[in-house]
Ligand binder design. Sequence first.
Ligand code: ATP
Ligand code: MG
Length: 395
Amino acid sequence: MTPDEIVRTFLDHYHRLGHRDAPESSLIPPPGDPVLFTTSGMHPLTPYLLGRPHPGGRRLVNVQRCLRTTDLDEVGDRTHLTVFDMLGSWSLGDYDIATSLRWGHELLTDGLRIDPGRLHATVFGGDGQVGPDETAWRTWTELGVPVEANGADNWWSNGPTGPCGPDSEIFVWTGDGPPTGTPGTDDRWMEVWNHVQMRLHRHEDGRLTPLPLSSIDTGMGLERLEMVLTGGRNVYQGVGLRPWVAAVRDRWPLGETELRIVADHLRTAVVVLGDGVRPGNTGRGYVLRRLVRRVLTVLWRDDPSRSLTDLPDDPFRDAGRRFRQDPDVPRLRAVLADEERRFQGLLRRGRPLVDRVWARGPLTERDYHWLHDTHGLPRDLVDGLLDTVDADPRR
Ligand code: ATP
Ligand code: MG
């Protein structure tokens, strides 16, 4: 199944069950929103989950592009990307968690034909304040899906105060032989879908009170689902990453993890640019700049003549189409080329400075501050330059 077919099957399933399309947001949240990027399909819907009537009614569905800077350290493993598509379904104070889990199970096993024996679920096991999620436990047991109960891992919240509630996660076995262990004991169980009950509000003093609506918010990663349905070993083999992986591999010999990081970050940069962000020194622009600089740092370690201008157009166009953008590819390429030139200039000016400081001994916090505040050299860049100074075995 291709991602397009998966999306079709998902939307059809929920349309049949009375869900209407919620419009997709861009990666840039509305002004005043505290987060830099849209991190899940639920994020733009928060006011409605909390009680504001949605024009589409009480059952919604959509596909939302998401970006998670919190996952940057995990990018390059089997299952994490910086930008990915999330398939979401919502009940705004309508049906309950048992219904949500049953409909989800039906989609996975009937619509998408995943072997039910490859599924495992987790549920909230209770803590001092809230009891175990017996409804979810019973539902999974009735469906014949093995369940594991957890504490904090199955408690969703968006911060120390505000809306929160128990969640139930669905895992698929991605190992070679028959499934063994549980999601908690064997990491070949990959999480694909989370069903959150947004029904409580945590106050400053830690008290929990019911929200006016008891809502359900679910999110499933499209690239992970594609991996399951195509028997892929990791999300980098998916068709959305393939043009990037191929373009990078054809041009620059890199280790597997570095290849994945470069492919992911280039694709992310292009999608972020496609949503109108420009490189800068603060906020979203800085995230974008760091993504590009991380790519260049990897590429230039072995060969400083490598250039992003050598990339073909195809992957740019593919990312635009895949994430429902309509990018001006020559313009995006020009922005990347400009970033590359700036970074080159910064390195040219920075290298002698870092060499000089390093000659006096290992860098102190004051050195880092001085290099950053006076010369505009961020810490990760200084560390990158240090990696190329005659390597000290202690570092
Ligand atoms: P994990 O623990 O595996 O990082 P998560 O708990 O962060 O997952 P959720 O926040 O529940 O995931 O997001 C809902 C779904 O979105 C996940 O079940 C997964 O399918 C998908 N997803 C989350 N993070 C990523 C990512 N970095 N890359 C690709 N898909 C992701
Ligand atoms: Mg995560």
